[in-house]
Design a protein around this ligand. Structure first.
Ligand code: AKG
Ligand code: FE2
Length: 407
């Protein structure tokens, strides 16, 4: 590696994880210790051929019952299959910067594609930097990535599109990282569901029902070490517990090894995490559909009231048939789908930062729900600091703000 590459990588690492500067990035030697063989990872998820079921079947069998599923054959004609190789991305987006972390003040840490690819190929870090970029579609020089994929019909009716592009929460991410990078356990914000389409590599997933208490599924600070929120830590500490007879049967994870060409559907409210088993390139979107609207509306009114008001005005004008669904939502009752920042569904708890947000944070991000990746501040590649509301929330929330990579 040349001197400049080494320097740029070191600078990004120092900004994104200053706490590792003394401890070291590969102290745990996970690059030689972890099981990253896709063949040796359990896979218990349902798979269905996405080209053979109708929208109605998808809704009835998976979306309405909130059942995770991998859909195959939905990406066959995406040009991403050809264009998203390290080689071609490295050529076309060589000098473009992508977000690969966040500093302690909530600013994006970015790296040019050419440097990130060198890093991705050569690093032995325990939990490497990960490109998680939600503004690629807004930047002149990277928006061509949008032409390389198409939102599958099952997910096309995203009701957040009726909130203006500027006001809606970040919703799509270009995702790229090496083995051992990934996303720690979380629930996606505002009750949204997600799809995650893998173009290159293998992603190992665990998904746990929304009813599982936070204290059960998260590594506690005491046992977490230097990488408390990282997927590598969860798989080392928590995963073995989920396989022991003492683990509650109703919270047993659904496991998956997602392969290139497959699309994961993550229903509203499910706990989930991802460990990249090798070099991966993916695109993921969060959405509000007609099906999850009651939950999303409940959480948006409570967590992002200003956004809710603006969104409702637009839905009234453009989707009047949905207003009865919205009117039927009982805002003072638990909605049955947990948020990441609470330990239970806390429709009436004022200690739940996601639900008691005064909306001073209403600036185009995912509210104060604390979710790795999905709540950062770069939705329009502006550098923004976290608002006072979010930086003064619980340690947990502040920590995730710090580590969030705008997803
Ligand atoms: O790392 C990934 O691919 C999954 C990310 C994810 O679940 C999220 O950002 O909400
Ligand atoms: Fe997620």
């Amino acid at each position: 590696m040349d001197r400049r590459t080494t320097k740029r990588i070191a600078t990004a690492k120092e900004k994104a994880r200053p706490e590792l500067t003394n401890f070291g990035w590969n102290t745990l030697h996970l690059s030689s210790r972890m099981n990253l063989d896709p063949q040796k990872c359990r896979d218990t998820i349902d798979r269905v051929d996405g080209s053979k079921i109708t929208y109605e079947e998808f809704v009835e069998r998976y979306e309405r019952p909130k059942k995770p599923v991998i859909l195959t054959n939905l990406l066959n004609d995406w040009t991403a299959n050809q264009k998203w190789s390290l080689e071609r991305l490295g050529r076309k987006y060589r000098n473009q910067k992508f977000k690969c972390g966040e500093d302690n003040d909530g600013y994006s840490v970015k790296m040019k594609m050419k440097y990130f690819i060198e890093y991705l190929k050569r690093n032995t870090d325990d939990s490497p930097l990960y490109i998680f970029d939600s503004s690629f579609g807004d930047r002149h020089k990277t928006k061509k990535l949008l032409d390389d994929f198409k939102v599958p019909d099952f997910f096309a009716d995203d009701l957040f599109r009726y909130a203006s592009e500027r006001k809606r929460p970040p919703y799509r991410w270009f995702v790229m990282g090496s083995a051992r990078s990934g996303t720690g356990i979380h629930i996606d914000p505002l009750g949204t569901s997600a799809w995650n389409a893998l173009i290159v590599g293998h992603k190992r997933w665990c998904l746990i029902p929304t009813q599982a208490p936070k204290d059960l599924v998260k590594v506690t600070r005491g046992e977490a070490g230097k990488h408390p929120d990282e997927a590598v830590t969860w798989f080392s500490i928590m995963y073995p517990r989920t396989q022991s007879p003492a683990w509650p049967a109703e919270f047993k994870p659904i496991e998956a090894v997602q392969r290139a060409g497959e699309l994961m559907f993550v229903p509203s409210g499910w706990w989930h995490l991802v460990l990249n088993l090798d070099e991966t390139i993916a695109v993921t979107q969060n959405f509000c559909s007609v099906t999850n609207l009651p939950v999303v509306w409940h959480k948006t009114v409570r967590g992002r009231p200003k956004l809710a008001k603006h969104w409702l005005r637009s839905l009234r004008a453009q989707r009047p048939e949905l207003i009865p669904t919205i009117d039927a939502v009982q805002l003072d009752r638990p909605v049955g789908v947990q948020s990441d920042s609470s330990s239970s569904d806390s429709s009436s708890s004022s200690s739940d930062s996601s639900d008691s947000d005064s909306d001073s944070n209403d600036s185009g991000k995912g509210g104060t729900e604390s979710v790795p990746h999905r709540m950062g501040a770069d939705s329009h590649s502006r550098k923004r600091k976290p608002s006072p509301a979010s930086s003064s929330c619980s340690t947990d929330c502040a920590n995730k703000m710090r580590r969030s990579r705008s997803k």
